[in-house]
Design a protein around this ligand. Structure first.
Ligand SMILES: Nc1ncnc2c1ncn2[C@@H]1O[C@H](COP(=O)(O)OP(=O)(O)OP(=O)(O)O)[C@@H](O)[C@H]1O
Length: 319
């Protein structure tokens, strides 16, 4: 039995969750989630973003059936997850931020043990190989670095061959090589039609990986859309584009034909040009590079980033 492929693998409507009684608040209850809407499809990465305390963890725990709900509706693979049996849990993989791994276990033995609990597990050796775990497969988990533990936690979440995968800050603590391995694997899993739900504070990760993004604030969904939709210029946000490029440091930052745009060297060798661009401006910029014999190491042009949108929606103050 399964959910048809075009049905969302997770839907959340108007989710309400109260916690308490809180001793510091005269034993009152607090409404942690006051109307979260969220939906994730197979073959997509759906990101859930929010500032500290916005309600991401609570939303995910309700979605995974780890907490009951006080209102609204949650369906995971077509079922209410709270109180659902082991058969639903077996179809869902969860990678927690702190790994949640037993410190005295060794990765290989742990993964083999977990694999034996599932009817149709993934091949442990190829997962170990794919995630570069081999060199520390027999080292106790308490002796592993944070990044090594992250990779073991991802392998443990995948070994049961889940249909839905929850990833909480999957690239936290990873060096650039490991981050790339994990990102590539996430893309492969998406191509295998898993529904992937990603929470992260790294908006760059979300921008790179997510097909669809939900932003929650103070326990409510405040924005949703593809990265392109969320960052598009709108009547409310007519802000100009930004072009960044990397080139040798210390270049003159005044280019007469581009004087209506602000060109700054933001850090040595990293330049930003902001304002209302016309195609002619790009031609003039390329002409300047040509005359100065500059071949930029990178060029990037974008309208608003996900980070800009996030800060607009959830405010700039720290929670
Ligand atoms: N068991 C609880 N009792 C009281 N308050 C709680 C409880 N669990 C969560 N909260 C409160 O609910 C709010 C949402 O918490 P939650 O952990 O879901 O946020 P989050 O978005 O995951 O935050 P972070 O990014 O910091 O992990 C916070 O204000 C938190 O203090």
């Amino acid at each position: 039995m399964g959910v048809p492929n075009d049905e969302p693998c997770l839907t959340i409507h108007g989710l309400i969750r109260d916690r308490g009684p809180i001793p510091g608040l005269e034993g009152k209850m607090i409404r942690v989630l006051a109307g979260v809407d969220f939906s994730a499809r197979r073959g997509q990465v759906t990101a859930l973003l929010g500032a500290n305390g916005a309600g991401k963890t609570t939303t995910l725990e309700c979605a995974q059936g780890l907490q009951p709900i006080d209102g609204g509706e949650v369906r995971l693979l077509g079922r209410a997850p709270y109180g659902a049996g082991a058969d639903l849990r077996a179809r869902v993989g969860v990678m927690l931020q702190d790994g949640g791994l037993p410190p005295s276990a060794r990765p290989m033995a742990l993964l083999r043990h977990v694999a034996r609990m599932y009817a149709d597990p993934r091949d442990v050796d190829s997962l170990v190989d794919r995630l570069g775990i081999g060199s520390f497969a027999n080292t106790g988990i308490r002796r592993l670095s944070g990044g090594q533990r992250q990779r073991v936690a991802l392998a443990a979440a995948l070994v049961g061959n889940p249909e839905v995968l929850f990833l909480d800050e999957p690239s936290a603590g990873l060096d650039p090589q490991s981050r790339q391995i994990v990102f590539d694997l996430i893309q492969e899993l998406r191509a295998e039609n898993l529904g992937i739900i990603l929470t992260t504070h790294l908006l760059d990760d979300a921008q790179k990986l997510a097909d669809y993004v939900y932003i929650i604030d103070a326990g409510r969904t405040v924005a949703r859309g593809t990265v392109a939709e969320l960052t598009a210029r709108t009547a409310d946000h007519p802000s100009g584009r930004e072009l960044t490029f990397e080139a040798p440091p210390g270049l003159a930052v005044s280019i007469p034909p581009l004087s209506h745009l602000a060109l700054t060297e933001e850090s040595p060798g990293r330049y930003a040009l902001r304002g209302e661009f016309s195609p002619a401006d790009l031609a003039n910029l390329a002409g300047w590079w040509h005359e100065a014999g500059i071949l930029p190491d990178s060029i990037h042009m974008a309208s608003r980033t996900l980070e800009d949108v996030f800060l607009e929606l959830s405010g700039k103050e720290i929670r």
